[in-house]
Design a binder for this molecule. Structure first.
Ligand code: FES
Length: 150
């Protein structure tokens, strides 16, 4: 069944099983490998994308739930002013270590700052909850979010 969705402002149509996770549709069917597979169980945040303005775990999002919706991935995040500021801050503060989780971190931070341009420390903690970093770059992530919110 052909399913249409918008990815990074471009209309896309895929013809795969409707229950296929959005993560694998992006990676395998739309050739967008920036969104990462970590746990596949909604626990790590590596696969985070923005769906109609909300950070979601794409490994837990069926393609059918994304039908007709606007998806932003790491490949397109800098198209929005907030996303561009987040990536700029991430680069300036040299946030990543191994880098594997960082696409998901950036997507969560972008969704957070889009909804809440000047988040409190508690709001940052809540907005970034569930985005795990095995290299423990959390302090730099917090600093980059503070920088991007200026
Ligand atoms: Fe989706 Fe870990 S891969 S939350």
């Amino acid at each position: 069944m052909a399913i249409s969705l918008t990815v990074n402002r471009k209309p896309r149509t895929v013809d795969v099983e409707p229950d296929k996770p959005l993560l694998w549709v992006l990676r395998e069917d739309l050739n967008m490998p920036g969104t990462k597979f970590g746990c596949g169980a909604g626990l790590c945040g590596a696969c985070t994308v923005i769906l109609n303005g909300e950070a979601v775990r794409s490994c837990q999002t069926a393609l059918s739930d994304a039908a007709g919706k606007e998806i932003v991935t790491i490949e397109g995040v800098t198209a929005s002013p907030v996303g561009a500021k987040v990536v700029e801050a991430w680069t300036a503060l040299d946030v990543p270590q191994c880098g594997y989780c960082q696409a998901g971190q950036i997507m969560s931070a972008t969704a957070l700052l889009t909804a809440t341009p000047k988040p409190s420390a508690d709001e940052v903690t809540a907005g970034m909850a569930g985005n795990v970093c095995r290299c423990a770059t959390y302090l730099r992530i917090q600093k980059a979010i503070a920088e991007a919110s200026k």
